[in-house]
Design a protein around this ligand. Sequence first.
Ligand SMILES: [Zn+2]
Ligand SMILES: [Zn+2]
Length: 294
Amino acid sequence: MIEIEFFGVRGSTPCSCRSTVGIGGNTSCVVLHCGDDDPIILDLGTGVRYLGLHLNAKAAEDLSEPFRGTALVTHLHWDHVQGLPFFVPLLSEEAELTIVGPIQESGSLKDAVESFVRPPLFPVDLHVLPGSVEFLETSHDNLVFGSAQVLVRPVEHIGITNGYRIECDRGSVAYIPDHQQPADGSCLVSDTVLELCSDVDVLIHDAQYDASEFEKKATWGHSSIEYAAEVARQSGARRLVLFHHDPSHSDEWVADAVRYVSELAAGAFEVLAASEEMVLTSGEVASTPAAAEV
Ligand SMILES: [Zn+2]
Ligand SMILES: [Zn+2]
């Protein structure tokens, strides 16, 4: 069983305004808990700040060990990494974070991350943070973290981008937050994406546009909600979580999208919209405070 908690669900840029308060305005960050294993974080967008506060509060409550965990980063666009220097567990010198991310076109993953956590873009260099940060650079792999097996595969987007599938103890989650659907509007789904999503319990997928928006932004690196449904249908996913909401999309827009995509699914899979503070398990919906409004 995997517990899935959402801390940031927006794409492109944080957005904080009344029309998005139900879904939330922080960018990509989800955490997976597989039993007693160390947490697996999916992306380090601005939501990771709230995850850090949450983990610190929990650690103080049960006097648990300093933070140890892994972040599976899909790519280095701002909306997926901007929260890293605000992840408060790294203020403890015993904290250990391993960042897994794609092989870069030039230079290392470590160099690329260090290049944006340093003056003048940030007040201090990354290594000034007391906790230790290690890097594992890979775009095609089968990894093991605790009891979890992690499949890493490249996914079509703008720039080198990974998708991930995490499996443990009868639960499975596929995470593809940024995914360029075929620009010609076809429904073709690549073999690597089908491999990541095949019969998965929970598919967390790019849902940035609807079909009419996609027509105007067909090469901007993302998927329509219709295509997200197609990926779920072709791969046999059991539950589709619409994710990476466009900053311009209001709570109402997203609620309409869930209804529409549920009609497209016709009972073949369940459809939800990701919202901050939503908690799922790889089986049942544990609690969905914000989702109740959508
Ligand atoms: Zn993104
Ligand atoms: Zn991106």
